[in-house]
Design a protein around this ligand. Sequence first.
Ligand SMILES: [Zn+2]
Length: 159
Amino acid sequence: MEERPAASTPQIQMRMQRQRRRDTAPEVTLRRALHRRGLRFRVDRSPITGMRRRADIVFGSTRVAVFVDGCFWHGCPLHGTYPTKNAAWWHAKLAANRTRDRDTDARLREAGWTVLRVWEHEEPDMAAAGVAAVVLDRRSRHSREPTRNLGVAPEHTRG
Ligand SMILES: [Zn+2]
């Protein structure tokens, strides 16, 4: 791909600067909403050793990876837009982002992970409720598989 063009407008300049990898406002808000629900997780981790791509929120024991996708960079169907200057470059760039997302999802699913993607525009409490439901479901399945209880005795067998 060609080198990134210079920002042609202040809006695009702002978008480029906002492409921070972690701790964006929607991520922090979602994390707070998950904490309020009593969930614990890791932040900005590669779910799979050796895979360089990071998920924004990782529930390791239940293997649930959550990505908070920015509407612009990940091509939200509601808010995704293309800058008109350097249009060809942007089309290629944003299409490549989406292809990479789908590839990340596929690799994680192959490795037994549940992948959840939340748009940055989603209402945080609703998004947190959806994530929590999946994590709790995975947790309950998990606890029914005795071989997966790695050295931890189930509650009911303790004295
Ligand atoms: Zn959106």
